[in-house]
Design a protein around this ligand. Structure first.
Ligand code: GDP
Length: 297
């Protein structure tokens, strides 16, 4: 299960303080030391940990008295609120263009789950928002990627726009948007090429697609299992493309939590969705508060 180690450690730390009728500075110090270690062990970015611990300390020591809660419970409330803020605070909604179609560009490294997430997102938009998306195959370097998207389209009974491997992805994106307008698809989801590593050629191509497609959202798909690498990938995609949000995949695995807890703080871009499995209905809107509750038990 995701966050298992982190959740266990934080919950046992918290247990020690919950029942306390009086919380001394020493108690807070001990608690934050344990929280700090638990977060570092979960592969959370060390700068992020430092900022978080300082805020918890400040608020927990000088806390305002609330009659409904014991001092121990108040400290825990502070930890939960700070974890929630760290992951982006409010749940961040998906864009809707007032001049349809709304264009979403999916970017990310190979294997992160981009193509699968393209299908999942299309399914989500139809099921939850009653939309009719057009899926666009812009990964022309791997014929298997086009096939994979077409198969997803068949499973979902949704149109897939592809022009094979000879046309440039920039032209494919432009033509797809024209077709979406003609056929009244209110969302266009562009599946772009990935690489094993971030490279300039890929970024150039993505920037060109961006300038033609003028996406309302650019979602970076990252694999939560890759921890701080995911955070570094997010930083470089954001620097080059100014992404609008992140989809964190494979949260059904035993990821330690580092990516989920660091990405927003490092990139200042929200995590919008979480992939919870391989199936097309295993995508969840990401709610920071619910995630914090899950971690703290
Ligand atoms: P792409 O290269 O980024 O397009 O990656 P794919 O969409 O082909 O996905 C790579 C692998 O990750 C596939 O085997 C997917 O089934 C799997 N995958 C994608 N998202 C998830 C997820 O949220 N959970 C799990 N367990 N597997 C996922």
């Amino acid at each position: 299960m995701a966050f298992e180690g982190l959740a266990d450690r934080l919950q046992s730390t918290i247990k020690k303080i919950t029942g306390k009728g009086k919380v001394s500075e020493q108690d807070v110090k001990e608690m934050t030391r344990e929280v700090r270690l638990a977060l570092l062990e979960a592969d959370v970015n060390f700068k992020v940990v430092k900022g978080l611990i300082n805020r918890i300390k400040e608020r927990a020591v000088g806390q305002e008295v609330m009659e409904s809660l014991t001092p121990g419970q108040q400290v825990i409330k502070v930890v939960k609120e700070e974890l929630t803020t760290l992951m982006g605070g409010e749940h961040s909604k998906i864009a809707v263009s007032d001049r349809p179609p709304t264009v979403i560009m999916m970017v990310g490294l190979q294997g992160a789950g981009k193509t699968t997430t393209t299908g999942k997102l299309a399914n989500h938009l139809r099921k939850k928002h009653n939309r009719s998306p057009l899926l666009v195959a812009c990964d022309i370097y791997r014929p298997a990627a086009i096939k994979q998207l077409e198969t997803l389209g068949e499973q979902l009974d949704m149109p897939v726009f592809s022009m094979g491997t000879e046309t440039s992805p920039v032209d494919i994106a432009g033509k797809a948007i024209e077709q979406a307008k003609e056929q009244h698809n209110d969302y266009v989801i562009i599946d772009t090429a990935g690489r094993l590593h971030v490279d300039n050629e890929l970024m150039d191509e993505l920037q060109q697609i961006k300038s033609v497609a003028r996406p309302d959202e650019i979602f970076l798909v990252v694999d939560s299992m890759t921890g701080q690498d995911a955070v570094n990938v997010a930083e470089s995609f954001n620097d080059q493309l100014d992404i609008s949000g992140v989809v964190l995949t494979k949260l059904d695995g035993d990821t330690r939590g580092g990516a989920a807890l660091s990405i927003k703080a490092v990139t200042d871009k929200p995590i919008k969705f979480a992939g919870m499995g391989e199936k097309l209905d295993e995508l969840e809107a990401f709610h920071p508060e619910r995630m914090a509750s899950r971690i703290l038990g």
